[in-house]
Ligand binder design. Structure first.
Ligand code: PLP
Length: 372
């Protein structure tokens, strides 16, 4: 009998299956898995506020034309986003989530002999996309204070380097790359390398040294900025991400894109969301409240955390974080461990609603007290 592996692409053995571990499950599945009525999910950086009511109304309206193919290129959403970001509509490429934008980029640029540089502690999809193409991921450790090591990345560049992935603000640390450091870095990257800056948490970034990298597009080394409607816009289930780059790079990426990769319902929802600044401010305010509760709580526990520029907090529990994670599960609270990065004492906690964050801190105080 034919072995499937004989006809699958040779990268196949290097691809990890998407294993949905408990923190990755939808909340209803978590309830089943844990046998609990109530679950507080703080493992996916989901926005607890939910989408703009204007978006929901527009999406309900769009359901009326579900029989028709959606807009593809040069659409109204593209024009609205371009106006908001101060770019030309031709600089925007749409994707089925930022995840797909990452894969599209890898598809467009990487062949088997190429290298892509990735910080060792960052969003996992960059590594997955590089592996998908059978290219070589080159991991660069963070600095001891958990910053992306831009000098280390420059040193890791070889003649085979095609892509550099940066996440700013970085998931899971919540740290930013200051604008001045980004400028100095980009000025040193050879022009035959594409730098990808994933700004999934752009709208949450509060540090005054942070700014979007859109301003560096078209100045020197090629640059692609990635954004998403999954986080502050709270449309994660609807799947919409986009890239902003030079018109030339956008046109190139569009050739690798399926023409109908983003559905009409999410296009309507995203357009309406852009017109609802009040909702964005509400999401930011809710995040601020939750942040302060966990900061105070972690400080009371004596835990070191990094003040975040996202909707999640990176914290050192000073002990086996897996144990804390398991104790929290008993209480129906799901957070994320970071042992996969070798950070055994760390957790990443998404910022939920005020009452959820209070419950988390109360639970942690009980757990840590008991362990004494
Ligand atoms: C959540 C997240 C994404 C994924 O966004 P989607 O648009 O839902 O695919 C991309 N990058 C980072 C850093 C994220 O945290």
């Amino acid at each position: 009998m034919l072995q499937l592996t004989a006809i699958l692409r040779s990268v196949y053995p290097n691809l990890s299956p998407y294993i949905a571990l408990l923190p990755d499950l939808p909340i209803e599945e978590m309830k089943k898995a844990l046998g609990k009525e109530k679950i507080t999910k703080l493992s996916f950086n989901e926005n607890p506020l939910g989408p703009s009511p204007k978006a929901l109304a527009a999406m309900a309206q769009a359901l009326q034309t579900l029989n028709l193919y959606p807009a593809s290129v040069d659409n109204v959403l593209q024009a609205a986003l371009a106006a908001k970001e101060g770019v030309n509509p031709k600089q925007i490429v749409f994707a089925n989530g930022a995840d797909e934008m990452i894969v599209l980029t890898a598809l467009a640029f990487l062949a088997a002999e190429d290298e892509a540089i990735i910080p060792a502690v960052t969003f996992v999809q960059y590594l997955a996309a590089v592996n998908l193409m059978g290219a070589k991921p080159v991991l660069v450790q963070l600095t001891p204070d958990f910053r992306i090591d831009l000098d280390g990345i420059l040193k890791a560049i070889t003649p085979k380097t095609k892509l550099i992935f940066l996440c700013n603000p970085n998931n899971p640390t919540g740290r930013i790359i200051p604008e001045a450091d980004m400028a100095a870095f980009l000025a040193q990257v050879p022009e035959n390398i594409l730098v990808v800056v994933d700004e999934a948490y752009h709208e949450y970034a509060a540090d005054s040294k942070y700014d979007t990298s859109i301003k560096f597009i078209g100045r020197g080394t090629p640059l692609l900025v990635i954004r998403t409607f999954s986080k502050i816009y709270s449309l994660a289930a609807a799947r919409l991400g986009y890239g902003i780059s030079s018109p030339e790079l956008a046109a190139a990426l569009n050739r690798f894109r399926l023409p109908f990769n983003i559905n009409g319902v999410v296009q309507a929802g995203a357009l309406a969301s852009l017109g609802d600044e009040g909702q964005i401010q509400k999401a930011r305010d809710m995040n601020e409240v939750g942040k302060q509760i966990v900061y105070e709580g972690f400080a009371a526990l004596g835990w070191d955390y990094i003040p975040t520029n996202g909707n999640f907090v990176f914290v050192d529990t000073g002990r086996d974080a897996q144990w804390i994670y398991e104790q929290l599960l008993e209480e129906g609270i799901v957070v994320r461990t970071l042992a996969g990065y070798g950070l055994n004492s760390f957790l990443r906690v998404s910022i939920g609603k005020e009452n959820e964050m209070r419950a988390l801190i109360e639970a942690l105080k009980r757990i840590v007290d008991v362990s004494k």
